[in-house]
Design a protein around this ligand. Sequence first.
Ligand code: NAP
Length: 255
Amino acid sequence: MANLLAGKLAVVTGGGSGIGRAICMKFAKQGAVVVVADVHKDGAESTRVLLEQKPSVTPNAGHASVACDVSSSSEVNKLRDFALDHFKRAPEIVVNCAGITLDATLLKLTEENFDKVIDVNLKGVFLVTQAFAKAAVEHKTPQSVINISSIVGKIGNFGQSNYAASKAGVIGFTKTVARELAAKGVRVNAVLPGFISTPMTGKIPEKVLAGICQQIPMGRMGQPEEIADAAVFLSSDLSSYVTGTTIEVTGGMGM
Ligand code: NAP
């Protein structure tokens, strides 16, 4: 199926790498115009260049790249203002994909690294969702917000109490704001990836990854494109009656 997102404007945070980049690529292939946002401008810009190079159903679509640290309300407001000013409309799709890990077992985890992970992974989702949901309501634009949580937010993971707490928080946040915004035309859902091959999991030693794969019923790690497919579904009219839910894309892990 092609053209599921024709005419839609999408903002994707963390779009400069891994899952976020794959989401940008699939969105463009389905006809969306994409604002790629990332903490480092060069990452966002390289994704934008890739979007323009790929034969999409809307060539020269005018994709944009913006530097934005999602944990900063002033930078998030600048991102929202850019989208509204540049495209003269509110985005129909917002994907919260920016995320970090700073792993340590509880007995070694510093307060600073607990706060940093919560600031990006949870507060960032709050700031971006609030800024763009307000814009959608003001502009009377139907909107789909997709929050990239993690299966770890449901089942926990050794050495990731900060990360798991942030991702569990995203699930509770998603369900709450889905209730609040449903009558205003804004759908909010979360995707819970399992272990996906990206620069984030590239830091995990090969031996540990082999052990992880043994716990995955499908016996392998996922690809970023397999998360992007779930994001396409949630952002398209195929999911017009879906809100406040979570979709696990894990190869069966954590079911
Ligand atoms: P990734 O390749 O590291 O991509 C994350 C992107 O977010 C990077 O471009 C990073 O920028 C950016 N970012 C970091 N801090 C940011 C901030 N404050 N503001 C804006 N952007 C920021 O990781 P990924 O694996 O694609 O992860 C994407 C999302 O999926 C994350 O939310 C992650 O928690 C979630 N997830 C991943 C997996 C997995 O197995 N890979 C599993 C479950 C959930 P820099 O790299 O330039 O710092």
